[in-house]
Design a protein around this ligand. Structure first.
Ligand code: FAD
Length: 392
């Protein structure tokens, strides 16, 4: 699976059967001639490589982590390995799976009616439609709980007004799960087709992270949807928290994938680049740094494997998901920076497969709840005290 020494504690050596088969399918996404050139070119051009999205669908990976009738249900371990393996290839490709099944389809699967599931999930799973999840607003990111988008009932329709920001697939897809406050003050989810009048989405430009998947700034002006567009299971922010708990686990796995890619590039460079008449790797400092990187990778692997075990058994708590997310993204950030340094000038070239990961990890550090927000969730679970701040 990895370079011989990467999985030093054989954390994944026993993966077999259906899990191994899913893992191999995820790895095959990156195993085509020119795969690295293609993704580097898309990243540089800030272009959405839709043919790769189609390949994810063909490989049955747009159902990762959600249970869809007629599709194979993946174990938590297999789903995690998909996120890891895709991120090891590319962060934007992994984000497609984090957004489409991870956020949009999971919202419908967890909180939708039978009719909604039947109407949308198969078409999203097959890649015929692209889905988005609109929670973050221009003025509410970390405090999304204070969202201001409203949904007002008017006869047999909901009328939605507000704005959303940073929404993956929000300008290029078909369906957006829009989170809005209803007249009784509760928060609910609405299935909004992107062609509805009043839904205006612009792709955010000038990004230096996750450049190969577009995020949107969306304004919603008197967008009308039928009453049947409301997710019946979505009644409060708690319901969203359940979705985010699941996607934070996915980010812990994705961070691990990015870190493996960076570490492998660093080992390759250290063993092949000759300076002062010998390979870089013959220097004690370099060996120590590679050892420290490996130690971080082992810790990341153990977090991931244990999350999968817990999820398969009794479930993962919010604090467990947050701790793994924050610890693994920090380690990935550290490994990427170290690998970038070890490649010298070559480290800033896309073709050497480190700097794109390094830039993409910056988004992982922030999305699905920032590093600091995860720490506040963990701190609340340790102390019983809420340190998020006071809302007016
Ligand atoms: P802010 O909330 O403004 O935070 C800025 C800084 O302040 C951070 O360091 C934060 O940790 C810190 N901070 C905030 N509050 C506190 C506090 N109480 N104590 C200590 N520190 C604090 N959202 C979606 O809904 N759907 C998507 O598909 C989606 N995709 C995304 C893709 C990308 C590439 C990015 C970058 C973001 C995406 N997001 C998406 C939004 C993402 O979830 C938010 O960016 C994130 O929650 C942080 O919000 P913010 O950017 O507004 O930062």
């Amino acid at each position: 699976a990895f370079l011989p020494t990467t999985d030093l504690y054989e954390v994944f050596a026993d993966v077999s059967g259906a899990d191994r088969e899913v893992w191999d399918r995820a790895r095959a996404i990156a195993a085509y001639p020119g795969a690295l050139d293609r993704i580097n070119q898309a990243w540089e051009a800030a272009e959405y490589p839709l043919e790769i999205v189609a390949r994810l669908a063909e490989a049955g990976l747009l159902t990762t982590g959600v249970d869809i009738p007629g599709y194979q249900q993946m174990s938590p371990l297999a789903a995690g390995l998909v996120h890891m393996e895709l991120a090891r290839y590319d962060g934007s490709v992994a984000t497609v799976v984090a957004v489409q099944p991870g956020l949009a389809m999971r919202s419908i699967a967890m909180l939708g009616s039978e009719e909604q599931k039947q109407a949308w999930l198969p078409r999203l799973a097959s890649g015929e439609l692209l889905g988005a999840f609109g929670l973050t607003e221009p003025d509410h990111g970390s405090d999304a709980v204070a969202l201001e988008t409203t949904a007002r009932r008017d006869g047999d329709e909901w009328v939605i007004n507000g704005a959303k920001r940073w929404i993956g697939n929000g300008s290029v897809g078909h369906l957006t799960v829009v989170w809005a406050r209803t007249e009784n003050g509760g928060v609910s989810g609405f299935l909004v087709e992107q062609h509805r009048p009043g839904y205006v989405a612009e792709t955010i430009t000038g990004k230096v992270s996750m450049r190969a998947i577009p995020q949107a700034h969306i304004t919603l002006t008197d967008v009308r949807v039928p009453l049947s567009a409301q997710l019946p299971g979505a009644r409060s922010f708690r319901d969203i928290a359940g979705i985010l708990r699941a996607t934070r686990i996915e980010i812990a796995w994705a961070s691990f994938g990015h870190a493996i890619a960076c570490y492998e590039a660093a080992v390759h460079q250290a063993t092949t680049r000759i300076q002062f008449g010998r390979p870089l790797a013959a220097n004690q400092q370099i060996q120590q740094r590679l050892g420290d990187m490996l130690g971080d990778l082992v810790a990341m692997a153990l977090y991931c494997r244990r999350l999968a075990e817990l999820e398969a058994a009794s479930g993962v708590s919010e604090a467990q998901a947050s701790l793994a997310k924050v610890q693994n993204t920090r380690r990935a950030r550290r490994i990427a920076a170290d690998a970038r340094d070890m490649l010298g000038g070559n480290g800033i070239l896309l073709e050497n497969d480190v700097v794109r990961h390094m830039a993409d990890i910056e988004a992982l550090h922030t999305y699905e709840g920032t590093d600091s927000i995860q720490s506040l969730i963990i701190g609340r679970s340790i102390t019983g005290l809420n340190a998020f701040g006071v809302r007016p």
